[in-house]
Design a protein around this ligand. Structure first.
Ligand code: BES
Ligand code: ZN
Length: 900
């Protein structure tokens, strides 16, 4: 396994002390701070890499041109390089081998003493990719070699200045057995291919652009490929190539179209053109993340490339497009302009999420795309911001940077960019982007540099706005209003607060852009405006209003805040039907459903009978009659807030009550609106039509499957409906198959097991579909789900070394199945603890992500708090936990006075 590699490799004399990992616990688990940033003492101008790929080991030769940094502050002349899990074979400085006195290896660092101002350094190391289960650095996936270098993977191949502000020009030579590894790829342009008599192939690549080493990539394997091309706006032809594991070429067409679509969009919307002659994507089965933007050679999790109607759902199709767009957009926001240090991660990730969200909004449905973004933010970022792991969009200290690829850095970071667009307006924002690209092309910069470009381009002062980057926590807007019938004056009082977060007891007021409108009692829009909230309390006056208006607040979700305004149900219904801001129509519906459910939860606690208000059902009824022109939005509006979102509104989360009430409400909706659902279902369920992916068809399918979801809650009478859809769609339409199977999955009937078995038999040779099968069973609401999940851990198709399998089975259960995970006996927690400890030895990044649900222990009742706390303690006290898991667990346990 990954960690044993270190021991296995301590064979030669020169590297005594290379692998002292455990004894260093106290050193490596110390946080590093943003305010300690110093420019690098040395710069590396060029790096010439040679990889010899073998079965037993891989030999890495690195030739560096190093020079002292004229801006450096440190006085000694020691060069310190990063390196982890390496066997050092030799080092030569200016072609002279170094002896044991001239360097030292300590704490994953190579110190070379007394170096000149300019010199070459040649380093040989050995690594064992085939034993690398951490999937960071060079590793093997399904027999193919590939790399993942962000954030600190490069140092697991050779000693280097592994920090993003050291940018070098790379050339890479890969030598491997041609029969086994015919495809040898790296960044940039292909320079040469040589074949030798011993069956080896030697391929050389050169990347003309300077880059930090986290953008390095290498692939070696026996892969299929498809090729296409793109003509850029300036008329250059770019070769596009997608590489996939053997037998998957028939699932690449959608990805290829997506690449072209993203390239065109970035030219049209941001004026950004691709800059190399070739753009390659490689899809691999074993990958910690979704995808990675290595220069000219993106590496993807197969999940975000492979798609065709039989194997992928509508949602999969959309994800493939947006992840491809995301990684492609990084070429400008991340690669051409990169981060100075990892505290600036949101500079590239928040900005690129914003860009991929804009792309999806432009190319699918603006409203539904925004709804999806907001749902994600509320479900993953809001809880993070309210718990012990809360941190600013630009964190100030970290132990393990891999733990900071968070919803806050990504999704809230994107919201912070979006607010700047709102404050500046489209045109000035575009000017700001142009200025940013112009000013900083080829540099490693900071978030401050980005905001400065926005200010300089627009003349707008963003001093106060910058607090969004440094203060954690979700602001709350308490809004009250009054109307004076005599004068026609209407007043809005807006008060902002933000609860304390770890290390930040008091917050300064944020600059919050609030888009709003006023509707009259008939639903006609009277006015709309953009309000700037800058003080803790603000008052806004509106004159000459004929009657008390209904405010439509925070339109299109113009800021990542929580709004509290005492809407009546009638007002929410009015907004649902008439708001010109379609996002807020959805929002009003969600708020209405939430109010209904929170009231029902209260009734559960008071032992009162549950009552579903008739007006709520008639509001939905009205939607069904009037919203059919926008089927996708209608489908979204018919869906209830998730259990996780309801939990956000409770001081003490009562998972059982939430689950029960949501089921009761959904079933009542199903009962009362059954005739509508049946008609709509029949109207939109065309079994003979082949699957086509476009927003019109997606809308129809989403609406139809939402109807099916409700109908299937009526159990016995409607099971045949779901079963029929499942059987008819099984081989041709994954969207309809999964929708039907998902409903059957919650029904305790023989049909459920039958369908799950048929599904597995049909698709057992497709790993991504087997993932769906695992995920589905782990999300079942049936009471024996944990038992099933434990059983599935031993299923022949499960593999704990494959991150997709872990996410599908363990992740779905612990992260998404609130009701089953949080059983009062604590079995779910104990299960997660066992998984985390086992995973940590294999892949610490994945283990650290899996453990996160436990961090929310303070939100639950005393009994559950106690149980969750106990397993956190047990993990913390286990021997040799990684710093990844250590950081999450210790922060989760830390005493603090925060009240969620
Ligand atoms: N740069 C990241 C990939 C990454 C993240 C590498 C963390 C190493 C550590 C990439 O651009 C990214 O953000 N990928 C996302 C998908 C994206 C669409 C949000 C991912 O992998 O989840
Ligand atoms: Zn990214």
């Amino acid at each position: 396994m990954g960690h044993d590699l270190r021991a296995a490799l301590s064979i030669s004399g020169i590297n005594a002390g290379v692998f002292p990992r455990k004894s260093m616990k106290n050193i490596t688990q110390e946080p590093i701070y943003l305010h300690d940033y110093q420019v690098p003492d040395y710069l590396i101008d060029t790096i010439d890499l040679t990889f010899e790929l073998n079965e037993e080991y891989t030999r890495v030769k690195s030739l560096l041109n190093v020079m002292a940094n004229p801006l450096a502050t440190r006085q000694d002349r020691h060069l310190i390089l990063h390196g982890e899990a390496l066997e050092l074979i030799s080092i030569a400085l200016n072609n002279k081998p170094l002896n044991a006195e001239q360097y030292e290896i300590k704490n994953d660092k190579l110190h070379i003493f007394s170096v000149p101002d300019e010199f070459t350094l040649e380093i040989h190391t050995l690594i064992k990719p085939q034993e690398n289960t951490a999937l960071s650095g060079l590793y093997k996936s399904c027999g193919n070699f590939c790399t993942q270098c962000e954030a600190h993977g490069f140092r697991r191949m050779t000693y280097f200045l592994d920090r993003p502000d050291v940018m070098a020009r790379f050339t890479t030579t890969i030598i491997a057995d041609e029969a086994k590894y015919p495809v040898l790829l790296s960044n940039g342009n292909l320079i040469s291919i040589e074949k030798s008599e011993d069956g080896k192939q030697r391929v050389k690549w050169a990347d003309p652009f300077k880059k930090p080493c986290y953008l390095f990539a290498l692939v070696g394997g026996d892969l299929d490929s498809v090729e296409d091309y793109f003509i850029t706006q300036s008329g250059r032809q770019v070769t596009l190539r997608i590489y996939v594991e053997k037998g998957n070429r028939d699932k690449t067409a959608h990805a290829m179209e997506a690449v072209k679509k993203a390239m065109r969009w970035d030219e049209e919307v941001f004026g950004r053109e691709y800059d190399l002659d070739i753009y390659m994507i490689v899809a691999v089965s074993d990958f910690n993340m979704g995808a990675m933007e290595n220069k000219g050679l993106n590496i993807f999790n197969t999940q975000y490339i492979l798609a065709n109607p039989e194997t992928a759902t509508d949602v999969d199709f959309i994800h493939v497009e947006s992840v491809i767009a995301h990684e492609y957009f990084h070429n400008w926001t991340g690669n051409r302009i990169t981060c100075r240090d990892w505290f600036q991660l949101s500079l590239k990730e928040g900005l690129t999420i914003f860009r991929d969200q804009s792309f999806t909004a432009d190319t699918t449905s603006k409203t539904v795309a925004r709804i999806q973004d907001v749902k994600d933010l509320r479900q993953s970022q809001f809880p993070e911001d309210a718990g012990p792991l809360a941190h600013p969009v630009r964190p100030e200290s970290v132990i393990e940077i891999n733990n900071f690829y968070t919803a806050t850095v990504y999704n809230k970071g994107a919201e912070v960019i979006r607010m700047q667009q709102t404050i500046l307006g489209q045109d000035a924002f575009r000017k700001g982007m142009d200025l940013y690209f112009d000013r900083h092309d080829g540099q490693a910069v900071t978030i401050e540099d980005f905001v400065k470009a926005m200010e300089d381009a627009s003349g707008i002062d963003l001093t106060q706005f910058r607090l969004w980057y440094s203060q954690a926590g979700t602001p709350v807007l308490k809004i009250k209003d009054e109307y004076d019938a005599k004068t026609g004056n209407y007043t809005l009082h807006i008060e902002q607060t933000c609860t304390e977060t770890p290390g930040q007891p008091h917050k300064k007021p944020f600059h919050i852009p609030v888009k709003m409108g006023l509707l009259d009692q008939q639903g006609k829009e009277l006015l709309h405006d953009l309000l700037h909230i800058k003080n803790a309390k603000e008052v806004f006056h509106f004159k000459n209003l004929p009657s008390k208006p209904v405010p439509s607040l925070l339109r299109h979700f113009s800021a990542p805040v929580k709004v509290q305004y005492p809407y009546t149900n009638a007002e929410l219904q009015l907004l649902m039907q008439h708001d010109t801001d379609l996002f807020n129509r959805w929002e009003a519906g969600q708020q209405y459903a939430l109010n209904v459910m929170l009231k029902m939860i209260q009734d559960v606690h008071d032992n009162k009978p549950l009552h579903v208000p008739g007006e709520y059902i008639s509001a939905l009824n009205h939607l069904l009659l009037t919203m059919q022109h926008d089927k996708w939005l209608l489908a979204e509006m018919l869906m209830l807030p998730t259990e996780k979102y309801i939990a956000e509104y409770m001081t003490v989360v009562d998972v059982d009550a939430i689950h029960h009430v949501r089921e009761v409400l959904a079933t009542e909706i199903a009962k009362q609106l059954k005739p509508h659902f049946l008609t709509l279902y029949e109207e939109h369920h065309d079994v003979t039509a082949p699957y086509v992916f476009n927003i019109h068809e997606v809308g129809k399918r989403q609406l139809k499957n939402t109807c099916l979801f409700y109908l299937m809650l009526l159990n016995d009478e409607t099971i045949p409906l779901g079963l029929k859809q499942f059987e008819l769609a099984l081989k041709t339409n994954m969207t309809d198959t999964m929708a039907a199977l998902a409903t059957l999955n919650n029904i305790d009937a023989p049909e459920r097991d039958m369908a799950l078995n048929v599904f597995y038999e049909q698709w057992k040779n497709d790993p991504l579909i087997v993932d769906k099968w695992f995920a589905l069973q782990a999300s079942s609401k049936l009471p024996n789900t944990l038992k099933q999940v434990k059983k599935l851990l031993h299923h022949s198709a499960f593999d704990i070394k494959n991150p997709n399998k872990v996410y599908a089975l363990i992740g779905s259960f612990c992260n998404r199945n609130l009701h089953c995970f949080h059983t009062p006996d604590g079995e779910g927690y104990a299960f997660l603890k066992d998984c985390v400890l086992q995973l940590d030895k294999i892949n610490p990044q994945i283990a650290a992500r899996m453990v996160k649900p436990l961090s929310e222990w303070r939100r639950y009742d005393v009994g559950r708090q106690h149980l969750m706390h106990e397993v956190l303690e047990q993990i913390a006290q286990s021997k040799n936990i990684s710093k990844d898991v250590f950081e999450i667990v210790t922060k989760s346990l830390k005493k603090q006075e925060i009240i969620a």
